[in-house]
Each structure stands twice: as structure tokens, then as C-alpha cells.
Design a binder for this molecule. Structure first.
Ligand code: MG
Length: 188
């Protein structure tokens, strides 16, 4: 199976980095539990953009700690012969730092793509399954005929309830929930 995996809020808990950056820059609190939509309230779009850029500097990328089990699960899929495409909504300038982070956490993958057109790239390389917390990306993946999966976050509850998206609270549970889909593909 060809699996695409997002980084922020998928491989590590990005919200703490993002909300701390926003608090320092603008004095605005963004509690995780209240972030029930994809839109960031109380900030202008350029403030969101500047904050996201800051979280994708070398120091912050290097400081990210993977969710428990994430690296083990992905490495298990890679060892079983599945194609692992790491895809992140960050500028090409962040590519080298992201590569260093993936090496530091010991995550094995086939391809890394940092850009703002995730789904286009996923279609080009024939991705079967996208694991991503963004309801926007999940919806586009489903429309393009891919399967979708995510860790559960307040901002994707709605799409998880409404659409056939595989969701779980943590990586071990997500791996278990995806096992039927991934194993079925391996046999075909
Ligand atoms: Mg994400």
C-alpha cells in the first residue's frame, strides 16, 4: 500500500508549539479543546501565517517530540514493504530541517514532500491512504478516491462523524484500526 503521512498534529503534538508561538507573538490564547474548527479565530490570516512559519524554523522542528508509538508503527509498515510518503504543509525551505528531524527520531520513509499542494502530489504518486488531521485535506483525499485516516482532534470531530475516515485517539489504536485495510491491500 502507498501511505502518505502528515507531520504536524499527526506525527507529533503540534498544537502546543503553535499556541505557545501565538501567545508569545500576539498574546492570544488558543486552548486545544476549544479548537473545534479548522479556522483560527481571533487572529488575522497573516498572523496565522507568521506563527506557522515560526513553528517551522530549525529550532522548533528539531524540538518536536513524536507521539508515543508513531515511529514504531510507521517503521513497521515500512519494513512490511509499504511505501511511506511523508507530506507536510510547510515551505520547501523547511525541507532540510524536516529531513534532519525524521533522521533524529529514526523514522523510515521513502519520500518527503514539503509544500502547499499535498493532495496534488499524493495523486501524482498514486497514494492509497492519507493520514492527516486536517479536515480539508481529508475531504480532498476522499474526493480523489483515497482512503483517509487521522488521529482524533477537536477540529476533525465533525468530518470523522460524517465521512468514512478511520480515526483513533493514539498511534497504537490507529494502527489497529487500519490493520484490516492495510493487510487486505498487502494480499491483493
Ligand atoms: Mg497536520
Amino acid at each position: 500500500m502507498r501511505i502518505a503521512i502528515d507531520i504536524d498534529s499527526t506525527l507529533h503534538h503540534y498544537w502546543d508549539q503553535f499556541s505557545a508561538t501565538v501567545r508569545r507573538r500576539y498574546g492570544v490564547d488558543l486552548p486545544y479543546e476549544r479548537q473545534t474548527t479548522w479556522a483560527i479565530r481571533h487572529l488575522e490570516p497573516e498572523q496565522v501565517h507568521a506563527s506557522v512559519l515560526e513553528t517551522h524554523t530549525e529550532v522548533q522542528i528539531a524540538a518536536a517530540e513524536p507521539y508515543p508509538g508513531a515511529v514504531e508503527v510507521v517503521n513497521g509498515w515500512h519494513a512490511a514493504g509499504h511505501y511511506i510518503h511523508i507530506t507536510s504543509h510547510r515551505t520547501a525551505d523547511a525541507h532540510a530541517a524536516t529531513e534532519r528531524w525524521l533522521a533524529a527520531i529514526g523514522l523510515r520513509y521513502d519520500d518527503l514532500h514539503c509544500s502547499y499542494d499535498k493532495i496534488t502530489r499524493c495523486r501524482e504518486i498514486g497514494i492509497d491512504l492519507l493520514i492527516d488531521d486536517s479536515p480539508v485535506n481529508l475531504e480532498q483525499a476522499l474526493e480523489a478516491g483515497m482512503a483517509g485516516a487521522t488521529l482524533e482532534h477537536p477540529w476533525n470531530r465533525e468530518i470523522v462523524a460524517a465521512r468514512p475516515v478511520v480515526a483513533a485517539a493514539d498511534w497504537p489504536a490507529l494502527a489497529a484500526a487500519l490493520a484490516p485495510l492495510i493487510e487486505r491491500d498487502s494480499r491483493s
